[in-house]
Design a protein around this ligand. Sequence first.
Ligand code: 13P
Ligand code: SF4
Length: 335
Amino acid sequence: MDVNIVEATDKLEKNGFLDLEIDPTLDLFEEINKLKKEKNAVILAHYYQEPDIQDIADYIGDSLGLAQNAAKTEADIIVFAGVHFMAETAKILNPGKKVLLPDLRAGCSLSDSCPPGLFKIFKDKYPDHLVISYINCSAGIKALSDIICTSSNAQAIVESLPVEQKIIFAPDRNLGSFINKQTGRNMLLWDGACMVHEIFSLEKIFKIKSRHPEAKFIAHPECEEAVLAVADFIGSTTQLLKFAKEDEAMVFIVGTEAGILHKMQANNLTKTFIAAPPNNACACNDCPHMKLNTLEKLYLCMKYELPEIIMDEVLRLAAKRPIDKMLKLSEELGL
Ligand code: 13P
Ligand code: SF4
């Protein structure tokens, strides 16, 4: 091993992330593409990643698309440009492959809002309930769940169950209450939420609406009920992109993480997209976890094949069962 690799490994083990200097003359796009070929690696990226990462990815998608792609990839290395629960899901589905995450600290506030120990105590109080968990949760929560869902398939999965089936829905109370409304069910909700989607300002959204009365407000179901109540369309990131492309409106106010605007704008060059503003002095609604990944870290992580997702095998197997159920149900439902 050369000294750089030893140094990088050492830093990673201590800090869990890469901060080595990169030669500023390097064309990182070229280098990453070279590494992809050399190592038979695939880059899977979420729509909330920075534009450069989305542009170099082999596949960009929502959580369902990413999980489906991770399940069928033939690459030897999966480089996951997203947050920890997404890379962990890829590892759960691919124990024999190396799964890398450019910055191991890229967590998720929603996932953190549901610690497995507390959730187990809650779940044990309702032994006759089935547990459906949103994919934005840790492997520990997945292992305590019966079926995993994403924002793309949550409604269809709930509707596929008999109406009399009692259900616990975790961890997102906003998505859960939205699905309760859509389906007329009364699922018990874990009280978790996403820091990015809870912060939109209704007042500022109305101000933008008054300046652009023709604009449509589109929102992710992780937003609060009051925000969803004024939305013209509600859907997962992929569903929002589809709506923005197919709808005749020319101006959209977008109630989700701002990274999605890159793809939305690229798909619709003549339309205008305005990021819904948050309820604070800050003008952006970036997810601080998603944005920990950078093109530089992506390059270093592919070069040194670190940081890698490592999992306990007993936990992996327990967490895989409800993910497999989701993938099978999604296939049956044509999603
Ligand atoms: P999607 O599955 O809709 O892309 O959602 C992922 C996410 O983390 C939303 O915050
Ligand atoms: Fe988690 Fe919210 Fe960031 Fe999505 S946007 S990764 S739910 S913190």
